[in-house]
Design a protein around this ligand. Sequence first.
Ligand SMILES: O=P(O)(O)OC[C@@H](O)[C@@H](O)c1c[nH]c2ccccc12
Length: 390
Amino acid sequence: MEGLVSMKSSASSHPAAIGSLPRRPTFSIRRSQVTLPRVKRFSAAAASIRAQQASSAAREEPEIVLKAKEWEVGMLQNELAESQGIRIRRQPPTGPPLHYVGPFEFRIQNEGNTPRNILEEIVWHKDNEVHQLKQWKPIYTLKKAMEDALPTRDFVGALREANRRTGLPGLIAEVKKASPSRGVLRENFDPVEVAQSYEKGGAACLSVLTDAKYFQGSFENLEAIRKAGVKCPLLCKEFIVDAWQIYYARTKGADAILLIAAILPDLDIKYMIKICKVLGLAALVEVHDEREMDRVIGIEGVELIGINNRNLETFEVDISNTKKLLEGERGKLIREKGIIVVGESGLFTPEHIAYVQEAGVGAVLVGESLVKQSDPGQAISGLFGRDISS
Ligand SMILES: O=P(O)(O)OC[C@@H](O)[C@@H](O)c1c[nH]c2ccccc12
């Protein structure tokens, strides 16, 4: 199995492997092969037929074989994800090989090449972006930067402490210039100024968007905020599709990272949480529906669950989603496990804060309603109905 998993797969980026990793091969097979036994039997059979077809094409040209194999594994990954209710499909960075022929030809040409929604588009773009970044900075080159990185701060502890101090949900205030659904939220955006203003206004932690294409964020913003001496622990708000991004976030000053259940199968979440523990990072695991919530509650080591009130496939926002996902048995299990729930998105008024607090959240994640105000830190008092800065 080891031999099948190249440096591109998450399993091979395990911290234990850092420093002892071989040089990056010139080809690679995508995604973790360790998940294969969990794929339903019919999928495995279909995959093996496809693999045979690919390899007959391959006999002619070894390069095509490798590309075909890479694509096959990408397809398997999608089937595994589908079996966990994940609708977002993953795409090999270069797409299916041009020469690939077989029963799925139609599907590729007519549907497979077009993302079905914005989240899928973002994830496909992210996969390509990370693929390039990893060539530029292979994981073993991040080791030194990680050793030199500033120490991590206790993200979860800061939320608990704020909750205890104010009797209100701890605030994660988001440094967000723009979003695909709302466009530009703040002209003349100065990330360090916004961060310092949030800290002054009583935020417990900050979230910094690092995606450039869809949110006009950057890792430079994250690094600049950390280096400016802001004490609030920082969440790297990124679409994580590969463990490499976690190490990279750590080198740029993150104290926590986001893992989105709608795009990551359970095994990836488990594995990434382990990496976070080794690096001293907190992981905020985000869910949007009951099925994702049930998957995540069942994963050992989860300390923070974010309930996103925004559907990332349609952009629809409904804050009653937080309440819905915390009702009954789910809420009970979460309380028993001592997990902190973060109510995310669409929170604008003290009534909204009271509503999600009543539903059971210990923290909230707020962007738009604060970042749009001329003084974002001052806006915190408006959002909570009182001054929470001291
Ligand atoms: O600006 P809002 O509606 O207050 O939302 C903030 C935050 O919840 C939102 O930006 C968010 C939640 N999950 C995400 C995942 C990716 C990008 C962005 C997000």
